[in-house]
Design a protein around this ligand. Sequence first.
Ligand SMILES: Cc1ncc(COP(=O)(O)O)c(C=O)c1O
Length: 204
Amino acid sequence: MHSYDEDLTQQVMDHLLHRLRLDSPPLGRLGDHQELTLALKDAIGRAPQSPADVLRTYTDSLEPTVVSCDHPAFLAFIPGAPTKAAALFDMVLSASSLHGVSWLEASGAVAAENQVLRLFADLAGLPAAAGGCFVSGGSAGNLSALVVARDTGRHRRGLDERAPVRIAVSDQVHSSVGNTLRILGVEPLVVPTSDHRLTGEALR
Ligand SMILES: Cc1ncc(COP(=O)(O)O)c(C=O)c1O
């Protein structure tokens, strides 16, 4: 597991090249619970498994039951960055154990992150002082944004840092926002919508 294995590396590389060359990849299908339980039986246990068998379990049983976000017919949401180039560079990052923790440990990664943030901030018309960091996804993004909203709202109104506040959300809001407000201890003010839109009139 910790030392370089030429044979295992080659098997994984072969699979990666095969997957990357697919244009387009299979869309993926819903897995059957019993079939998946059977496929994973003894996958983790006392006896070691051959790497080839582990990879085969993945390619034959698991991978087909995960939707391919890089399929042109997949438009539901964006859990990854499904370009060929992004997948390739993700491999570089994984092989390098690369992380962007802080300037002390990862100045090159942080400098690159800041450059992209600047680009996005400019495209969004945000001021020169705008900054931030990338987070793992939508839930973490909502958490981060709502903490800032809660604290800024309290500060602007001269309220105590523990003063109770409410945050208005539409009845269409993503489930992660409800979870986030529970974590923050903030009560939602749920605004009914017509045609899925949050309007000032409904809020009033
Ligand atoms: C508006 C919105 N917020 C949050 C999320 C949750 O994102 P994640 O699964 O990356 O936490 C999604 C996911 O589709 C979303 O569309």
